[in-house]
Design a protein around this ligand. Structure first.
Ligand code: ADP
Length: 542
């Protein structure tokens, strides 16, 4: 090796909190508390508290490598855990508050969490399983309401621990290859699996997120992560926003459309991120009760496909630019972003919305290919569908404490996403479906996502899910499950509408109306439940 190379400076998380408190000490982190009041403090104060937390963790006996759970909304305390736990060398394990008690117990036991930080308003969700948890030695509670009791065993109070701890603390994360965080997939297609991020992978991901080709927040931004901190590390936004000293707005438990609308308007939010269900709800809220959300420069959406109609409606009705992103817990999570390129600048509005509705370009740092069932690489022609495989600086190499099995990782070092996609000659990716959700009818693939997007653009439809149901003749056939916007549903009209875009064999065999589509813990349509309802005969005809 040649001598005189650059410094070998470690990619460790303390860099972010040190940098922010030095460069932007006065900038603020704001949290909407459970009682509706605002809590606000500066990055300088934030760093002092993160240091205190390091000492508090040490007092609790937390050692480097230990897993420490968080069971919380998005708030300043959760942000302190995001930094304080990894900067103390331990692993922040963000627990999804919407998992079933069985799943929750499963992931806590599997991760072997020693300590769990619990938000007061969420106590009822964890108290029933607390006694059965195999490895948890201590619960630390915060945000308890006045007079609220707590029946957890071995409890400490966060603010008591913090008051007793000094601000004088040496970071304990000198090695960039230490584990930083653990996040389990939300279980949309099976039991949750753990993804273990390192300091190095998360720092590279944060740099990736900061690129303008990805999300690119800057100091002038006001960033609102509606996406929960337990959903794929809030898509990396807290780390990216903090590094550049953006104002961070934390919504706490106030995730309903009305308070979100008020929050965006009153705080002048410029970047907001959430799943399509959230933005669908906000859109209908704003139509009913207008608010000014024109401060938003990027309404980031991911987790599921954002229907094109909604992207168009946000821009047309509110002048808001929707940024469609694709990612996975296994990818820290950012994979691709649908931003326009030079050759799109002359397109008319329709043409632009067509591009923005796709999943977009792989961001710098992510390498991708598509393959067929036999693992042969397929062309990027915009038409050939294949399984998407990725590799890169922030892509999982295996699941936490599981073998590196072939179902998810190829022999030649790629991660199998389980998404079926096309990629066009210019590199724009479009998700057709998840392998487990595709409808395979008479040997042909039908994209449930395409059908759903078209259905939801129909004026009578509020929500739509398409599932495969077993069929003797064709193997599988599509069934559409709808939440109508108004009374008086007409299947023939929907068929005619779908026929404008799709071949006849794509048309659902039946339309079924429900009051609400069941959702997973991160707000995605839960097709596992719908398939079960169908198998149990619980889905009648419209
Ligand atoms: P889970 O696997 O439990 O659903 P993730 O949130 O990690 O948890 O899910 C990642 C998956 O979500 C992707 O593989 C893809 O199927 C889907 N997804 C994410 N973003 C998008 C998007 N913009 N459009 C369509 N699907 C998306």
């Amino acid at each position: 090796m040649l001598s005189g190379l650059m410094m070998d400076y470690p990619l460790t998380l303390n860099t972010i909190v040190d940098h922010a408190s030095r460069m932007t000490p006065e900038k603020t982190i704001k949290t909407k508390l459970p009682d509706g009041r605002w809590h606000e403090y500066s990055y300088a104060e934030f760093r002092r508290r993160v240091k205190r937390l390091g000492n508090a963790l040490q007092a609790l006996g937390v050692e480097p490598g230990d897993r420490v759970g968080t069971f919380a909304w998005n708030n300043f305390q959760h942000l302190e855990f995001y930094f304080g736990i990894p900067c103390a060398g331990a692993v922040v394990h963000t627990l999804n508050i919407r998992l079933s008690p069985e799943q929750l117990k499963y992931i806590i036991d599997h991760a072997e969490d020693r300590v769990i930080f619990v938000d007061g308003s969420l106590l009822p969700l964890i108290e029933p399983i607390a006694a059965q948890l195999e490895t948890v030695e201590r619960f630390v509670v915060f945000n308890l309401a006045d007079g609220q009791s707590c029946s957890l065993p071995n409890v400490s109070h966060y603010e008591d621990l913090m008051a007793a701890a000094s601000e004088d603390y040496e970071w304990r994360c000198a090695d960039e290859n230490m584990a930083l965080g653990l996040c389990y997939t939300s279980g949309t297609t099976g039991m949750p699996k753990g993804v273990l991020y390192s300091h190095r992978s998360m720092m590279l991901h944060t740099l990736g997120a900061l690129a303008a080709a990805a999300l690119g927040p800057t100091e002038t931004d006001v960033v609102l992560a509606v996406v929960p901190q337990f959903h794929a590390m809030a898509w990396g936004l807290p780390y990216a926003a903090a590094w550049v000293g953006a104002t961070i707005v934390m919504p706490g438990p106030h995730l309903q459309p009305a308070p979100l609308a008020v929050m965006i308007e009153s705080q002048g939010v410029t970047i907001a991120a959430g799943v399509p269900t959230i933005w669908n709800g906000l859109y209908h809220e704003l139509r009913g009760r207008p608010r000014d959300i024109s401060s938003i420069t990027q309404l980031v959406v991911g987790g599921s496909a954002m229907p094109r109609g909604l992207i168009e409606a946000y821009e047309r009705d509110f002048g808001v630019n929707v940024v469609h992103a694709w990612g996975m817990t296994e990818m820290s999570p950012i994979g691709s972003v649908a931003k326009l390129q030079t050759r799109h600048l002359d397109l008319d509005a329709d043409g632009r919305w067509d591009i923005k509705a796709k999943q977009g370009y792989f961001v710098p740092g992510v390498d991708a290919r598509i393959v067929d069932d036999a693992g042969r690489e397929l062309p990027w022609d915009g038409a050939t569908m294949g399984e998407l495989q990725v590799r890169g600086y922030w892509v999982a190499g295996q699941y936490y404490r599981l073998e590196r099995e072939r179902e998810h990782f190829t022999e030649d070092g790629w991660f199998r996403t389980g998404d079926v996609v096309t990629i066009d000659p210019q590199g724009i990716m479009t998700i057709t479906d998840r392998t487990k959700d595709l409808v395979k009818s008479g040997g042909e693939w039908i994209s449930s996502v395409d059908l759903e997007n078209m259905l939801i653009s129909h004026p009578d439809v509020l929500e739509a899910a398409v599932i495969a149901v077993p069929d003797e003749r064709w193997g599988e056939r599509p069934l559409a499950v709808l939440v109508p916007l108004a009374e008086g549903h007409d299947p023939q009209a929907l068929n005619d509408y779908l026929l404008e875009r799709f071949p006849k064999f794509w048309l659902p065999d039946d339309y079924v109306l429900v009051e609400e589509i069941p959702k997973t813990g991160v707000g995605k349509m839960d097709k596992k439940v719908l398939r079960q309802w169908h198998a149990d005969g619980k889905l009648g005809s419209a």
